[in-house]
Design a protein around this ligand. Structure first.
Ligand code: F6P
Length: 380
């Protein structure tokens, strides 16, 4: 019998959302099911309901197209996080209205593509009685219970391309260049791109840094005849004992917006070393554009698995890549605890073996990884 399924994209966009939508709708078509896309994220579930049937021809070109054809939002009535990642319960009347509207449409499942915040909303909808399946999306790669989120690999590719370009200009001008990348409270983009892009210093939220260590690395390079240095700073990186740096308006129903650490680090390096130093903030270039080949195949497999889970009526689960298997976990196990870079993990050790500094080598007297921070705003 022909069934109808719904799909929506929540939170910040990232490369690969359309590739997942395509895979879901294609796999559904071959089951003789129809797919309905909710527009504007979870808001599309509210009255007036904003959804439309995805026709087969709507899928043309989606594998490589950036953004999301369904639109998305990370604020408004469904905002699941505020401040420094504090969970906010969506009001019951909103959840019940969404459930009511969903039921009126006669759909058998709602596939939600999202990061930690959107999956938290998906779980709240599931607990309200909506048959939900989650797909882990975020360039930050910080979702527990899966090896990799889609969008991450594409963001890393963008950061590596930036580093390749910064490398030649830094070398030509004998400068220090600091590249600030996204990632929120996880250093996956910075650490992975830093290694792949030949950075000399990598600053991540999980390892608070001190300037003496960074300066020492730059001086060591000079002694070895290297007159330029590349620093990658995650937006959530912070000096030991200091707060996270935020930019823009924070507070209200919004999650704190991180950013600005790159400029601070660049200015401090220039002051301490006398070397000309520049900063480059990569920003939303990391989120724009289409997915890499690796992301395309991950998105496609995630989408197909999501449809399989619907067929099995395995609701309240999230697709999870657990190489070599594509599997599933309860959404409740994937949310609320971010997957971050462990300071002693192999990735960090490999970087250190190459001489890459994490800005913490000179740390006498500091309890290196046990420093807690609070958010403060630096820019209006
Ligand atoms: O979670 C993805 C992400 O790009 C983070 O890396 C970044 O901190 C944040 O979203 C930026 O969000 P916005 O686009 O709302 O400023």
């Amino acid at each position: 019998m022909s069934e109808k399924i719904g799909i929506l994209t929540g939170g910040g966009d990232c490369p690969g959302l359309n590739a997942v939508i395509r895979a879901v709708a294609k796999a559904a078509t071959y089951k003789d099911w129809d797919t309905y896309g909710f527009l504007g994220g979870f808001e599309g579930l509210l009255s007036p309901v904003n959804c439309r049937k995805l026709e087969y021809r709507d899928l043309d070109g989606l594998l490589l197209r950036g953004g999301t054809i369904l639109g998305t939002s990370n604020r408004g009535r469904f905002a699941a996080k505020t401040g420094h990642g504090q969970i906010r319960r969506v009001p019951d009347e909103i959840l019940l209205e969404a459930k009511h509207n969903f039921e009126q449409l006669g759909l058998i499942a709602l596939i939600c593509l999202g990061g930690d915040g959107s999956l938290t909303i998906a779980q709240q909808l599931y607990e309200t009685g909506v048959p939900v399946i989650g797909v882990p999306k975020t360039i930050d790669n910080d979702i527990s219970a899966t090896m990799m989120t889609f969008g991450f690999e594409s963001a890393v590719a963008c950061a590596v391309d930036a580093l390749d370009r910064l490398h030649t200009t830094a070398e030509s001008h004998r400068r220090v260049i600091v590249l600030e990348v996204m990632g929120r409270y996880a250093g996956w983009i910075a650490a992975t791109a830093g290694i792949a892009g030949g950075a000399d210093v990598i600053l991540i939220p999980e390892i608070p840094f001190n300037y003496d260590s960074i300066v020492s690395k730059i001086q060591e390079r000079e002694l070895r005849g290297k007159t330029f240095t590349l620093v990658v700073a995650a937006e959530g990186a912070r000096e030991y004992g200091s707060d996270f740096i935020t930019s823009g308006r924070t507070g209200g129903d919004r999650e704190a917006r991180l950013g600005g650490i790159g400029a601070i680090v660049a200015s401090e390096i220039e002051k301490r070393t006398g070397k000309e130093t520049r900063v480059c903030v990569l920003g939303h270039l990391q989120r724009g554009g289409g997915p890499t080949a690796a992301d395309r195949q991950l998105c496609t497999r995630y989408g197909i698995k999501a449809v399989q889970l619907v067929a099995e009526r395995k609701f309240g689960t999230m697709v999870s890549w657990c190489p070599p298997d594509m599997t599933d976990v309860p959404i409740s196990e994937a949310i609320g605890k971010l997957r971050t870079v462990q300071p002693e993990c192999e990735l960090v050790q490999a970087a250190r073996a190459l001489g890459i500094s994490f800005g913490d080598e000179i740390a006498a007297g500091l309890d290196r990884y046990n420093d807690t921070a609070v958010v403060s705003s630096t820019a209006g």
